[in-house]
Design a protein around this ligand. Structure first.
Ligand SMILES: Cc1cc2nc3c(=O)[nH]c(=O)nc-3n(C[C@H](O)[C@H](O)[C@H](O)COP(=O)(O)OP(=O)(O)OC[C@H]3O[C@@H](n4cnc5c(N)ncnc54)[C@H](O)[C@@H]3O)c2cc1C
Length: 401
């Protein structure tokens, strides 16, 4: 045996899983097709959100915030985190009602969420009739690469090997069990294999004849040039009726959001060389989203664009993560179904997955994320449900639509 655990993919989910396995005393090898954090994780907005659609996701999101803030203590490497807090803002009666429900349920699930008397932000000037929630627990990581670099350094510090530019091309199955990986350079034998290949998770699982129920969907954001009405100390704002998020970034404003007609992009249908750099970007989508908040946040709409980036979410039919052992193939595990929150929940998911793999017992609630929970689904159902979840990111119950 070459390792106790081999992880496929050095994004946030793979690295966190590897780090937690190494901390549990396991020998770990991570194989990465490109460089660590070069795909979805390196494009993330870096936002952590304590208000979630169900109790399990709330618990994972809040645990991740705690783990990010205490990273240096348990991982031994510094991690800069902006303790900004966030506002959730509703400008229509339906969305106001919806936020009211989120307030009640999030509190029940332990999150610190309050009605905000005013949205105190330099870059957002409310019209006066909004309803807003204040979420003091929320944080962001300014540059997503800093979480990746911190996880990489911590992995190495705790003995995990991260092999970059080493794509996995096979998953041998011996006596009905996943037995390791074949990369372009070598064979690595391991009794536990974790598929954390992001937008490629289905193709990688397919190497062992397994299926993972996710649909990759494009997501984009922009960062404006520095703007005088953005204070770097400002909080995050999420305008739920516009499905837009805003935060200070590099002296300007980060603007991202969820278009109602999202674009599925399946790497399986693309040339083998397809990477995040090939995801088609469309500034028009972001311009339209920014236009919806132009009256309150003029910098989002009028300041020139310094950076426009995008990548793939892995959407699942119910908007929840897809995490756990692959049924019918002992030894193969999955960390996927990010649904747009994989960066921010990675520290809690990696922790839970490592505990599950090393103890053999699922942490409370985690079996609800089982890869086989949907039963048989056609490719079209997978995509159409994934697109629905994407378009309802801030309104997952569809209450306000
Ligand atoms: C523009 C944008 C903004 C976002 N903002 C946020 C946010 O604010 N908060 C949040 O929580 N989430 C956000 N997300 C989502 C977040 O980025 C993802 O949920 C998260 O990065 C998923 O991590 P991952 O490890 O699954 O995927 P990835 O980071 O894509 O990592 C998967 C890795 O697997 C590798 N791989 C693939 N195939 C193979 C193979 N055969 N062999 C070896 N390696 C392989 C890939 O090269 C890749 O590096 C955003 C995403 C985008 C695109």
């Amino acid at each position: 045996m070459d390792a106790d655990v081999v992880v496929i993919g050095a994004g946030a989910l793979g690295l966190s899983t590897a780090l937690h396995c190494a901390l549990a005393g396991r020998s770990v090898v991570v194989t990465e097709r490109h460089t660590a954090g070069s795909q979805a994780s390196g494009r993330a907005a870096g936002l952590f959100k304590s208000v979630q659609a169900d109790e399990l996701r709330t618990r994972l999101a809040r645990r991740s915030i705690t783990r990010a803030l205490s990273f240096a203590g348990w991982a031994g490497v510094p991690l800069p985190v902006a303790r900004s807090g966030s506002f959730l803002i509703a400008r229509t009666p339906q969305h106001r009602e919806y936020l009211g429900q989120e307030l009640a349920q999030s509190r029940r699930w332990g999150a610190d969420v309050r009605e905000a008397a005013r949205t105190e932000l330099s870059y957002y000037h409310p019209a006066g009739d909004e309803y807003a929630l204040w979420c003091p627990e929320d944080v962001y990581i300014e540059e997503p690469a800093s979480l990746i670099q911190a996880c990489l350094a911590a992995c190495r510090r705790h003995g995990a090997v991260v092999a970059e530019d080493e794509p996995v091309i096979g998953i041998p199955v011996t006596a009905g069990r996943a037995a390791g990986v074949e990369t372009e350079r070598r064979s690595i034998a391991a009794p536990v294999v974790v598929d954390a290949a992001g937008g490629w998770v289905r193709q990688v699982a397919g190497l062992a004849g397994a299926r993972v129920p996710v649909a990759p969907v494009r997501h984009q954001l922009l960062i404006t040039e520095p703007a005088s009405d953005v204070d770097p100390a400002d909080a995050i704002a999420r305008v739920v009726d516009a499905a837009v998020y805003l935060r200070p970034a590099r002296g300007g404003l980060m603007v991202g959001g969820f278009e109602p007609g999202p674009l599925p992009v399946d790497p399986e249908q693309q040339p083998a060389s397809f990477s995040t750099d090939d995801v088609p970007l469309d500034l028009g989508v972001l311009r339209k989203l920014a236009g919806q908040v132009a009256a309150e946040a003029p910098a989002a709409d009028t300041t020139s664009v310094a950076e426009h980036r995008g990548g793939l979410f892995t959407m699942s039919p119910d908007g929840r993560f897809v995490v756990g052992p692959v049924p019918d193939l002992p030894g193969l595990w999955v960390a996927s179904g990010c649904n747009g929150s994989g960066f921010s929940s990675s520290l809690a998911i990696g922790e839970a997955l490592a505990a599950w793999m090393t103890s053999g017992t699922p942490p409370p609630g985690m079996t609800a994320l089982a890869p086989d929970r949907f039963g048989p689904l056609t490719g079209e159902m997978l995509v159409s449900r994934g697109l629905w979840q994407y378009a309802h990111y801030y309104d997952p119950a569809g209450v306000a639509s």
